[in-house]
Design a protein around this ligand. Structure first.
Ligand code: NAP
Length: 309
């Protein structure tokens, strides 16, 4: 007997919900989208509520919720959902602090429901091929270049500049979610964070990591890149020079493309969520979030010119 669809509600109807969550859910028979909760946003064709608690009270048959609001307000919503016995899908980053997500993981276990800290970039098409390549050789050094134009990708968003909004680590944590999946265990050894003088979150960051066997990994995140955008991880290895580009969509070894497939990150995230719900387990890897916390903890703060939208 096939399992009945997971009845899901979506919370925080903004850009990523419209771009990715709604199309992924519409095409996945494992789910039935039954409600949405948002202060301003609405989803056509289903019941809409102004808050998650109103949605949970009004729709008791909900099995799961997908939390797509900014990280600063995600933990309280997750707690309400878990307390009500709902499975929870967390957009990235899973929270504004490490410890709040650890508490959520414990609460999910206590309530017997699944918690999913989703890392969409890990599901980019060439990531597994890069992981296999790096596991088959010796890495001499690696670098992460994640540079994009904040005005193009986050037009008018204010929460990204507020404390807990992560600034340039909002895209940078995507790079770290790939790096922590394909590179050996590593830790931050130094960092510099550039804060616009009128903002509470960094616009750029340079972070030095070292792997447990002493390999240097240098990361550069920058939100001021106009023109071509860079979302790439490079590695110099005994088996050649690796370039994972396009945010994880293409793998090149010594200049030759060895893996390039169509992108399907959000359909794969929802497939994984259904899998863990059916299996009765959680999937919460906090390593990307810990690196961001460490960069803030160890990083030197540099004040740079003001940023205006
Ligand atoms: P967004 O367009 O600003 O949407 C977030 C929604 O959350 C808002 O529309 C808002 O809807 C709701 N919200 C609730 N409390 C809020 C608050 N205090 N401040 C602002 N909004 C609040 O943001 P987004 O780009 O969709 O990003 C949401 C999350 O998805 C972030 O964690 C981000 O890292 C992640 N993500 C984004 C992208 C992308 O391309 N944009 C890609 C992957 C992941 P109401 O006003 O209706 O409540």
């Amino acid at each position: 007997m096939p399992s009945p669809p997971i009845r899901i509600g979506i919370v925080g109807v903004g850009k990523i919900v419209r771009d990715q969550h709604l199309p992924a859910l519409a095409n996945d028979p494992h789910y039935r989208l039954v409600a949405a909760a948002s202060r301003h946003g609405k989803v056509d064709g289903i019941d809409n509520y102004s808050s998650i608690t109103a949605m949970i009270d009004a729709v008791p048959e909900l099995d799961a919720v997908s939390l797509c609001m900014p990280p600063q307000v995600r933990s309280a919503a997750a707690r309400a959902a878990l307390e009500a016995g709902k499975h929870v899908f967390l957009e990235k980053p899973p929270g504004a602090t490490v410890s709040e997500v650890e508490h959520l993981t414990e609460l999910a276990a206590a309530k017997g429901v699944s918690l999913f800290a989703s890392w969409h970039s890990r599901y980019a098409p060439a990531v597994e091929a890069a992981r296999a390549f790096l596991a088959s050789t010796r890495i001499r050094s690696a670098a992460i270049n994640w540079k994009e134009d904040v005005r193009r990708w986050h037009p008018g968003q204010q929460w990204i500049w507020e404390p807990g909004g992560f600034g340039v680590f909002d895209p940078g944590i995507n790079a770290l979610s790939i790096a922590t999946h394909i590179l050996p265990g590593m830790f931050v050894t130094a960092a510099t964070l550039d804060f616009p003088e009128n903002r509470d979150a960094p616009i750029a960051a340079q972070i030095a990591f070292r792997t447990l066997d002493g390999v240097a990994v240098a990361a550069e995140f920058d939100w001021r890149q106009t023109g071509p955008q860079s979302w790439e991880i490079v590695a110099d290895t005994d088996a050649g020079s690796m370039l994972l580009s396009g945010g994880g969509s293409q793998l090149t070894i010594d200049g030759k493309i060895v893996d390039r497939q169509p992108e399907a990150e959000y359909p794969m995230l929802y497939r994984r969520f259904a899998e863990i719900v059916r299996a009765g387990v959680s999937d919460v890897d906090l390593s990307p979030l810990k690196h961001v916390a460490d960069a803030f903890m160890l990083g030197k703060r540099r004040v740079v010119e003001p940023f205006h939208d």
